[in-house]
Write a protein that binds this ligand. Structure first.
Ligand code: NAD
Length: 301
């Protein structure tokens, strides 16, 4: 297949590489030329603009930070939709709100084009291994047609059609609301445990083997406990996802008291200037308030 790919960040670079390695003819673009260069060395073709990936492409993917970049790249007379080949399918892998996905799809339809939302989960490790889960919002027909190419970036048993356009984005926000705010709860629980005298590694091992375990906790082993907040998934993006979830809840008139507190903690960490660190860096706020450090390095035992 001929594939276009825009956005070669922590996730997109691996996904584009997996498409190349699956034998697709991939044309790539990112505003960072060095990111494009890496993919060209792996066999992709470079485009000099986002719309430059569209000619002759049967599928065009974007993996961009958020709604502003997604609408800016797809919409308008100079955007990707206007330049998609007739019959091609546009697929956005970014995490955005359902309103963004629906707005882009509505313009796609008015231009006689096809578009689906396909946010992903599984982190940089999942992107690298090609084992992401994908949450698709789009027609059954488009889903079936895109499935073989989607299988290059996700596990084929984890590619879900969640419903029509926007349903993938809603599902992703449900997932990330849980994952992001869980960091805040783990920080409170672990600061209490450590201050009460239990080793952070013991807490991690026992909770991991018990009912408090979660995918978020699994990330703490190499981040908070090692005092290494290299992202993975940046705090700024995690904060964006919880903000988008709360916007959706507001549209639906649903109270979200616990999520609101979680978002405030992420916002406070963002205000500390930690936006480009891993989301688990939010633990530092709690450590400061609790006057304790959740440190699992050997020198601390
Ligand atoms: P990132 O910031 O590492 O990558 C974004 C890329 O987009 C960068 O390379 C940037 O240069 C490029 N970019 C920005 N604006 C652009 C534009 N207008 N045109 C072309 N390129 C542009 O982010 P990421 O971690 O790769 O995440 C990408 C998306 O995937 C986000 O929506 C994020 O919420 C979502 N996501 C991330 C993870 C993760 O673990 N990192 C997991 C699941 C979903």
């Amino acid at each position: 297949m001929r594939v276009g790919f825009v956005g070669l960040g922590r996730m997109g670079a691996h996904m584009a590489r997996n498409l190349v390695q699956a034998g697709h003819a991939v044309t790539v673009f990112d505003v960072r030329p060095e990111a494009v260069e890496v993919l060209v060395e792996l066999g992709a073709e470079a485009a000099s603009s986002a719309v430059g990936v569209a000619p002759r492409a049967e599928f065009v993917f974007t993996s961009l930070p958020g709604p502003v970049e997604v609408t800016g790249t797809w919409q308008g007379d100079y955007g990707l939709l206007a330049n998609l080949e007739t019959g091609a399918i546009g697929i956005d892998l970014s995490t955005v709100g359902a309103d963004t996905s629906r707005s882009v799809e509505s313009e796609a339809r008015s231009r006689g084009k096809r578009y689906m939302d396909a946010p992903v989960s599984g982190g940089v490790g999942g992107a690298e291994a090609g084992t992401l889960s994908l949450m698709i919002g789009g027609s059954e027909e488009d889903f079936e047609e895109a499935f073989p190419v989607l299988s290059a970036i996700g596990s084929s048993d984890k590619i879900y059609r969640c419903g029509d356009i926007g349903a993938g984005s809603v599902t992703k926000l449900v997932n990330n609301l849980i994952g992001m705010t869980t960091n805040v709860v783990i920080a409170e629980a672990f600061s209490m445990g450590v201050k009460a005298g239990v080793d952070a590694n013991v807490l991690l091992d026992v909770v991991t083997a018990s009912s408090g375990n979660s995918a978020t906790l699994a990330q703490w082993k190499d981040s908070v406990l090692q005092r290494d907040f290299t992202p993975g998934f940046m705090l700024a993006l995690g904060h964006k996802d919880v903000r988008l979830a709360l916007e959706l809840a507001e549209q639906l008139d649903i109270p979200m008291p616990v999520t609101s507190v979680g978002k405030e903690r992420l916002a406070a960490a963002l205000a500390e200037g930690w936006g480009e660190e891993a989301v688990a860096v939010v633990a530092r706020l709690q450590e400061r308030d609790a006057d304790t450090v959740i440190d699992g390095r050997p020198s601390n035992s």
